[in-house]
Design a protein around this ligand. Structure first.
Ligand code: BGC
Length: 243
């Protein structure tokens, strides 16, 4: 005999819906992805709360999540170093993020499993080919970086904070604040020099440039450098569950 009330069945792997969240210094974005990485909802974006404390950011994500409907798990791209779901640094968010158990706290709030990775690494997962040495940099509020060797991530590369010219770091010379200050022309010139240096140091097969300011790149790029859509910042979220 059929039981009167059927327990809700767990979604099969091919039906799993992943809520992908991208926490940026300026905006927090969300979309639900299918098991094959296709967006199932319209991407939404709200301003990053200021001050961007853990509590304020969590509340914003919970609101965004509600508006995105149903999902079975969550992937978060975080603008700083993350180790096993715990945030270590967050140069462009204020508040005390050192040692914050972001994955656990969010998982309790949303009632589903949560995985967190660096935002540029998530972006990388969304665009790499998976062969050879692939470097991803993101141009936004901060300067993000992700390095992949045959599709495997080299974790915690924080190129943005490496001095590049006259003691100033990539982030200090190419971040959004400085783009607004020096203008597009000078910023593009700097970018050319940065690309040359990165090529000499990493000898990558491909360099991908993403992030909100990638669309401000006006210079002609070498053939092994590609501009990628900022939306990839969300699409890579699926890769965090590939194990
Ligand atoms: C952080 C990186 C992050 C990047 C882009 C930098 O300031 O150190 O971890 O990927 O900003 O958000």
């Amino acid at each position: 005999m059929e039981p009167a009330v059927q327990a809700p069945s767990k979604p099969r792997p091919h039906e799993l819906r992943t809520l992908a969240i991208d926490i940026g210094g300026t905006g927090i974005k969300a979309v639900v992805l299918s098991a094959t990485g296709k967006p199932l909802t319209e991407r939404s974006r709200v301003k990053t709360p200021r001050p961007a404390t853990p509590g304020a950011v969590i509340n914003t994500i919970v609101e965004l999540a509600k508006a995105q409907g149903e999902f079975d798990r969550v992937s978060v791209g975080f603008p700083g170093v993350v180790r096993r779901g715990v945030t270590v640094t967050a140069p462009n968010l204020n508040g005390n993020w050192g040692g914050f158990r972001l994955a656990d706290v969010l998982s309790k709030k949303l009632g589903v499993p949560v995985r967190v990775a660096n935002d540029a690494d998530v972006q990388g997962f969304g665009v790499i080919a998976g062969h050879g040495v692939e470097l991803v940099v993101t141009l936004g509020t901060g300067f993000g970086s992700g390095l992949f060797v045959d599709g495997i991530l080299v974790p915690n590369l924080e190129l943005g904070h490496h001095p590049f010219q006259k003691g100033k770091t990539y982030e200090e010379l190419l971040g959004d604040a400085v783009l607004k200050k020096v203008g597009k022309k000078k910023w593009n010139k700097r970018l050319v020099r940065a690309i040359r240096t990165l090529d000499l140091v990493f000898n990558y097969d491909l360099l991908y440039i993403g992030g909100g300011n990638a669309e401000r790149v006006t210079v002609k790029l070498p053939s092994n450098v590609k501009i990628v859509s900022n939306v990839a910042g969300l699409l890579g979220g699926l890769a965090l569950w590939r194990d």
